[in-house]
Design a protein around this ligand. Sequence first.
Ligand code: ADE
Ligand code: ZN
Length: 333
Amino acid sequence: MPLPKAELHLHIEGTLEPELAFALAARNGITLPYADTEALRKAYLFDDLQSFLDLYYGLMAVLLTEEDFEELADAYLARAAQQGVRHAEIFFDPQAHMVRGVGIGTVIEGLGRALERSEERHGISTRLIMCFLRDQSAESALETLEAARPHLHRIVGVGLDSAEVGHPPAKFREVYEAAAALGLRRVAHAGEEGPPAYITEALDVLGVERIDHGLRCMEDPELVERLVRERTPLTLCPLSNVRLRAIDVLEEHPLARMMDAGLLCTVNSDDPAYFGGYVDDTFHAVREALGLDQERLRELARNSFEASFLDGSPEDEALRARYIAEVAEYSFD
Ligand code: ADE
Ligand code: ZN
């Protein structure tokens, strides 16, 4: 049995496996520019974030109906259960679908249908986080939030993703203020490829509670001190960092040093269909590459629940306490 854990940094579109992509393409009468699943997998050689995003957005062409989104999410949850995931906070990119003529209601209701059955079917509690694409305009983000209003009961918070460099967090001040006024929680990708200053800006200007990635905080000791002091969770994605060439090899990943520095680190899979592993695979990989001992792994699992948004009600708190107790009781042999 894998270590119980929460997954807090997971793009649902990044769980689209080649087999499902081809099945959905056939069902929807779409021709993909790859001969077969093997040819598609061979294209998964990325130079950086942008080269990945080009493929990732392109493959979304197969996602058209509520059923497609429901199937995608259900397939992820089934895999996540096998990986010891007990709670998942799942990102989605509505703008990447709306530009293709797929309505935000189709996306959210389709995902929502899978998520509402998740506890019963997969034993996983879930939350949904709507991300704005930072390489689109601030107006587009505001329009997206407005379009999501009939579906906000399905969403716990907002995030910010896509091409980071050149798109600093402050561009999205207004939409984050509007989201906060609607009672939504706030997170943002920062310090993946972008500089440490983007992390500071996400905290100060957008008021985020967690930083997605945050890898590059290690270049700024004062920022590290602040993140430690404020106990700001970082949702790290080590396999993603290697595949997108933020670091050369997993053995050089700063995760262990970050934990030693007192940072509240979590380990996540980001876009597991593309990066060679789901979240427990990632735990195993970092254990091997960085020599993490059992107590470090247990700390990562406990952190994942502590950093989760399971704090909105007494029921949520009770669930979180139960998960944390499962981590404490877990036996590695
Ligand atoms: N969208 C999907 N995965 C992403 C990542 N790792 N960084 C930014 N945007 C993303
Ligand atoms: Zn991400």
